[in-house]
Design a protein around this ligand. Sequence first.
Ligand code: ATP
Length: 740
Amino acid sequence: MDSDPATRSSVIDRTRSDQLEVLKSLSRTASTETEFSTELNGGARKSKVVGSSPAKRGSYHIRKSRSTQLNMKVDLDEVSNAALSRASSASLGFSLSFTGFTPPQGVADLNASLSDDDISPVGDLESNIKRKNFIVEPTLPIYLKFTDVKYKVFIKGVTTTNEKYILHGISGSASPGEVVALMGPSGCGKTSLLSLLGGRISNNAVEGLVTYNDETYNKSLKRRIGFVTQDDVLFAHLTVKETLTYAALLLLPKTMTKQQKEDRAMDVIYELGLERCQNTMIGGSFVRGVSGGERKRVCIGCEIIINPSLLFLDEPTSGLDSTTALRIVQVLHNIAEAGKTVVTTIHQPSSRLFHKFDKLILLGKGSLLYFGKASEAMPYFESIGCSPLIAMNPAEFLLDLANGNLTDISIPSELHDEVQTNDMATDAKANKPSTNDVHEYLVGAYENKMESKEKKTLVSEDFKECVPAQHQKKMKREWGANWNQQYVILFMRGIKERRHDYLSWMRITQVIATALILGLLWWHSNTATPKALQDQAGLLFFIAVFWGFFPVFTAIFTFPQERAMLNKERAVDMYKLSAYFMARTTSDMPLDLLLPIIFLLIVYFMAGLRQTATAFFLTMLIVFLCIVAAQGLGLAIGATLLDIKKATTLASVTVMTFMLAGGFFVKSVPSFISWLRYLSFNYHTYRLLLKVQYDEVPPYLNVTDMDKGLREVVSLIIMVFGYRLLAYISLRRTNLRSAA
Ligand SMILES: Nc1ncnc2c1ncn2[C@@H]1O[C@H](COP(=O)(O)OP(=O)(O)OP(=O)(O)O)[C@@H](O)[C@H]1O
């Protein structure tokens, strides 16, 4: 295939145009640097065309990676700093103008800033540091091979469960240096196949073999595989820079210093052209943030920050304009050129985009319609009698075919004959094959013409040979930071992400308004008469209910809302679940404890509660304890159900039960249900608040067995830890289930 002159000339044409782009981007730099860079790119590209056998292809990629690394070393040793920033980055195809990530005006500005005449030594030094090509750092080259992959889902009915195959025996491969596009109509199984290849689905519903350098998926690969999901999973309130810095701090190896990790985050920002929005919030449904294209680039940045050997992307260009899409694909191209393997699903690429892909997997209804070089797809379909009758974007043509739509496409003679036979039999006049006929014809044609050949090639390819010896031993699973560091990083991230929620004027106003209303209603209450004291006890009960109710309904959202993020980050072993859990539960505390202070400062003095410092601070401590216990319950409900609707329903029933069992509304509770009050944090808090206000709680308040309050304190402390333990166990169970 590789020796085909047409292909060779098309690739060489592409090589030339790429060289031209490099030349353009280097137009302002010294001519010696231009020669150096063009030779590098051109040399590499030409050898790519010549390599024909898989082994040769493999050794080419290694050679290419090695030569890249070697050249980097030579650069470092021999080239001056100023030249390095331009020559090495541009020669390896990573200059911003090459990746095309800055708008035309920006490119011009950037090039101008890089011109020898204009740049100051400081600026040059800065750009030299920030624009380091971390992607060319050596990584394990990964050869991905998949043979006869099938995937079925179980569709549950009321009484029965049916199996449905989503993928019907897909075979193919992807090598380092290649960008493989996965195309097909919506619902044809692209995401399923990508998830399966990325090790995200591994259960008994999967059949066939997926290997990485001839070995099946193992946990050591987690850190070598980047997976950009279709939905952008990011924290809305973090800025671009914060998002990438936290990812770098958690993911990069312990051998790197904090400064080096932060520098890497900046390298990614510059690599993806995000410098202009680095301090902008990501944003989400309720907060305006970066644009869709920028958000997608941040997602890609979070994955490439670890310099993965194998990168999967699910529709990285969906919803973007063609120029932004082209920029993203150009980055993927650059990543592949550094010796990585890139597999991406793509919906409807423009023809410019289509020509950027090395290989193409075309799916239709879960079956393989084509696997091979993207440049050979059109000749292949022509050879089976399907070609466009008008000038058409190849991607559009292929998607029409995969959809079974033959408008403006020539009908192959076999299908034509079949239609006529059917028409005669049924006396119909449709004169057009049905989508099913087209699908079956294409699947059959691929099986007859290509599949056996491709399968033979896959079997004969021995990728191990092509992997450098030092990479062949299995990598140990390793964490980027130790437990304490993970805890501190996640704690800080939690505070940053939620500072807006907690310090939002809505919440503060809500608490202040409630406190003022309570203060006015109980204005200078006293304990002179039993009736007045009962009134005041009512306020204490309300405080116990309010600060039990409020935290539960804040905490139940914690884990359901972060579920997608947790799954994504745990899939790459970003941190230990225990570190996340501890950080997540404690990072809420400082902010959660600020509001009750404001509340009590208002209510306590307006209502004229016991005017001693001890009583005030003890009241505050009791409210804190109640809040932390109530949060635990919210976390446990959220972590167990992981569904906001279900969690809210269960929480409202539970909180209402606890409130009723709190001892204020019902005085004589039947004995068979009276145990319920011991589970209620409202009950314990109310009793403690009474104890603080009135050393001897009067009998008409119906509070019996009240000693020094130790029992209530111990009960609340048990709840603080018990509910959290329950939440952790639930989360671990769910996490293990989703990892299985
Ligand atoms: N767990 C599941 N249960 C039932 N059906 C499923 C399940 N997962 C996937 N499917 C079905 O399998 C088919 C393929 O889904 P998949 O998400 O892989 O398609 P896709 O090609 O990525 O689609 P799109 O381009 O629209 O994202 C769809 O019809 C989908 O409804």
